[in-house]
Design a protein around this ligand. Structure first.
Ligand SMILES: Cc1cc2nc3c(=O)[nH]c(=O)nc-3n(C[C@H](O)[C@H](O)[C@H](O)COP(=O)(O)OP(=O)(O)OC[C@H]3O[C@@H](n4cnc5c(N)ncnc54)[C@H](O)[C@@H]3O)c2cc1C
Length: 127
């Protein structure tokens, strides 16, 4: 690489968008950023997107499990500005603009989209 190739406008760092979760929200957010001049990293603790509304059909043997889940990497294979990583996000440092995975890896971001879904709560009455 020659010195002339440094400092081109195209070499300027692009904004980094980190999306936590690849459910309905994360998938839609990443797809909405298709073609945008930024680098998107989708962090998902499983290796697939799950279409939850059809879980009942799988539970009752009406559908096979692969019919309602798709590998995260496969979903974004034609979206070059997306990188997918398998990882469980355990911490967000808003001041330092990093997310930390269970593996200990810290990932910097300029913009963060948290689409990690929801879980049930019995408000302290698990019995
Ligand atoms: C049985 C069932 C039937 C349903 N039927 C319907 C229906 O008919 N119509 C309808 O509109 N809605 C339905 N829903 C609800 C719908 O599925 C949810 O509203 C929707 O999935 C929520 O999307 P989300 O992106 O917020 O979360 P999710 O789809 O739950 O996605 C969250 C993702 O984040 C990942 N994640 C979570 N924590 C972390 C972490 N720390 N690090 C990395 N990744 C993480 C999870 O693995 C998951 O993939 C149904 C839900 C269920 C369970």
């Amino acid at each position: 690489m020659t010195s002339a190739s440094f400092g081109k406008a195209s070499d300027a760092p692009r904004p980094r968008v980190v999306i936590v979760g690849c459910g309905f929200g994360g998938l839609e957010a990443a797809r909405a950023l298709r073609g945008a001049a930024l680098d998107v990293t989708v962090l998902e603790k499983t290796n697939h997107h799950l279409f939850q509304p059809l879980l009942y059909q799988v539970a009752t043997a009406g559908l096979a499990a692969p019919s309602i889940s798709a590998p995260t990497r496969h979903l974004f294979r034609r979206q070059p500005n997306v990188t997918t990583l398998l990882g469980d996000v355990v911490a967000v440092d808003a001041a330092a603009r990093t997310v930390t995975l269970a593996s200990g890896m810290a990932l910097p971001f300029d913009h963060l989209i948290v689409a990690a879904g929801a879980t049930h709560s019995y408000f302290g009455h698990d019995e």
